[in-house]
Every structure is written in structure tokens, then in C-alpha cells.
Design a protein around this ligand. Sequence first.
Ligand code: HSE
Length: 325
Amino acid sequence: MTERRVIVKVPASTANLGPGFDTLGMALSLYAWIELAASEDETVINLYGSGLEGVPRDKSNLIYKVAQLVFKEAGVAVPELHISMYSDIPLTRGLGSSASAIVGALVAANALIGSPLTEDRLFQLATKLEGHPDNVGASLFGGIVVSAWDGTRAEKVRLEPHPELEVLVAIPAFQLATEKARHALPKEIAMGDAVFNVGCSSLLVAAFASGQLELIGHAMRDRLHQPYRAAFIPGMAEILEKATEHGALGTALSGAGPTLLALVEASSPRKDELEQFLLATLRREGIEAKTLWLKPCAGGPEVTTLVRDEVVPAFMERIKGEVKA
Ligand code: HSE
């Protein structure tokens, strides 16, 4: 049995960034922590913090199942585990909580058995589990990740986020299941809309890569998914249309929503105005929301490996200084 104990800190992510549906992702400075150790007897799963109440504590738990997938791939058996998790990433809000759990579990399980699987293998597994590479790519590699998946293999390029980029998110006080938000999308789209998105997504990537932040507003527009999802988030259409008039570089639905995201220049004097515009527009529609100012997270998961019986502080004691709660 492995004598290691592993703690992984993994970032949240935002997917699509407007036009890059299932393709673009950015890691965010909001985190989940997962601890994994082999257990000599039964599996024990401890979940800390609010928001994880409904998450299973038996072997149907996603982290347990993903860890077992890693062990199977590597040809080792670690049937019983001690799992602890704390997350600041709200569930089902479009901030990649499930992708963070998948990536955190893959990285932690791999580290627990001496990292036999490559990072690329983990990316392929994560993409298959999630069904698209955008959130998992961002959580695994950090920064801005541009990826394409053909159903068999995902390739990616990671871009360094511009140091002036900040991210304002408005997180509505209701959940929206990704499945429901994907179900609202049409089976077919018009050629004109496809061409529009190819242009915007390509321009957005080029703007990020070249540091031309002033192009973000023009590029961060979408006709593939946001118009069809707007009905779930009253106020969203107005925010996407007008936030640039209130100091945003560009705005998008974060992933499948309901969180809305604005990219902002760190030195902008209009941050308060923008935040109030988002909150007031949602409130007018009867939606309470919480705003957070985040940064793109440049790095992927941070792994701490301990010898299992080393005298170390308990999980929550160890991460206490870093969590938001
Ligand atoms: N690209 C995905 C979507 C992200 O928009 O449905 C959410 O998982």
C-alpha cells in the first residue's frame, strides 16, 4: 500500500469566453482542495464547507470513481481511500466545479501512486469524463487554454494571461445544470452564425495572444449558445450588450451559466460602476447575485505530497489560511 498522502489545490475555470464554445477556457483564482490517502480498512469521505451537502460520501463519489480510474489505467490496486475535500467553487454555477473535482482527483490519485500517468494522459481522461476539454484544460494547465477535441483526442495550446486582466463574476443565487443549459441549444445552426463565431473566437484568441485587450469587446460575442441560454438568466442579454459601456473589456456567460463574467483591465477606474451595473441589472429582474473579483490563475494544480504517517496538521487546519470561508 502506498505510504503517501497527497493534497492538491486546483483552480476553478470559466469556459467558452463567449464565442469559443467547448473550446476556450481560463483558470480562475478560486480553488478547491482535495486530499487523498490509501486506507487500510474502509473508504472514508469527508467534505468540508458549505455547498457540498448533497455530494455523495460513498463510493459513488466522483473523486473516488475518478481516482479508481487512474489506478486502473496504471495497473495498481488502491481499493480503499481516505478522501477529504473543501471547495470555494460554487456548484452548478458555470465556474467549472465538476471539472476541478475531476482534475483534482486525477492529479491527486496519480501523485499518490508516484505519477505514472503523463499530464497529457490526464488531459485525455479528463476531457472524456467531462465531455469537452474547455474547463478541464484550464484547471489542469492554468492560464488560458485553447483546445480542440475530435471525440478521440484533445490538443491544446496554453496562453499566458495578460497581467492586466481581471475577472469580475456575478454569481446568481440559483443553480443551472449544464445538462439543462446544453439541452436548450439547437441541433443545427445557420452558416452565417457559424462564420460569425469562427471569426470572433479566432480574433479573441489572437487578442489574448498578442495582448491587444482593446479587441476583446468586439471578439467576445457569440451566436452559438448564449442567445439560446439567455432565457434561463433574466438580465443576461442586457448585461452582455451594455457592460462595455460601463467599463468592461468584454462580457460572457461563464460556461453554461448562470454566472456572468466580465473581463476588466486591472487599472480601470470604473470597476465599482461595472459591479453595480451587473448587480442592479440582475436585481431589476428579481435575481440576487454575489460578485467576486478574481484574477486569471496562471498555474494548474499545486500538489503537496506527504509521508502518510508524518505528524502533520489535519486537512482543514492545513488549508485554513487560504480558503475564503
Ligand atoms: N462548454 C460547456 C458548455 C461548458 O457551454 O456547455 C460547461 O460545461
